[in-house]
Design a protein around this ligand. Sequence first.
Ligand code: SAM
Length: 275
Amino acid sequence: MAGGERESGGFGVTGRVSIVGAGPGDAELMTLKALRLVQAADAIVHDALVSEEIKACFPARCQVFDVGKRAGDAASTPQAEINALLVRLARQGLHVVRLKGGDPFVFGRGGEEALHLAERRIPFEIVPGVSAMSAAAAGAGIPLTHRGLSNACTALNGFGPYLERIRWDALVGQGGTWVFYMAKRSVEAIVARLLAHGADPALGVAVVESASLPGQAVHARRLGEVARNPLPPLGAGPALVIVGPSVALLEDLNPMAGGLHADVRAVSGLSEAAR
Ligand SMILES: C[S@@+](CC[C@H](N)C(=O)[O-])C[C@H]1O[C@@H](n2cnc3c(N)ncnc32)[C@H](O)[C@@H]1O
């Protein structure tokens, strides 16, 4: 559907909602389609993870609603209110861009919002974005899959209470690369559970903070080293945790491995297994 078109949805609704992935933060990682939709929007409803650089692309004339949600943030907008806002704006005949960090369908609640719109016969589209795991993998130099080393990649919710829902035995048995979103405060718990369920202590674990953003930082260890040499405290940016055999490759693939952080040098030798 081209930007600016008006299609009539159910009950005479002339507006529509584009649920758009803004990517991991670097405005250059927005898709052309995302940028076009943003620049043509009548209203933009955005997340906390949409970067300032991307917000600078918003047209001056459009209505902007910051419904940013951070874990534990009392000021965040409840999901039901966000859903209602999207419906209200679309029923006013507006082209609404619901702009989300990363990809709307990867831990982005894009499915819930799309279902809400579908049930009310509000026309909508989903526009994919570069998910944080792709940006973190690229930024750190960790291939999520690598022939002969990792032939699967599993994305998991790493937020504390969700750790109980993971079948750790099955995960460790499957192998491959494990990417934990929303795991900033649960790194030690994840490492402990993986080790308790038989993960190889020599596997690499990397925490990638603010992937694609100016403050990007990478910290890496072997799983078995974390207890005696904890990963350093993280800053204010979003972070995800990557565990698996291909973490070892960051030493060779990260052009900044010598200067990023002393911890990266602590993985020296990790990549031997990959050769
Ligand atoms: C609610 S999820 C949204 C994920 C998003 N839909 C995606 O596809 O990337 C938020 C989590 O994504 C991860 N994340 C988002 N942006 C990130 C970034 N630039 N660097 C590292 N992790 C990021 C963090 O784990 C954060 O807690």
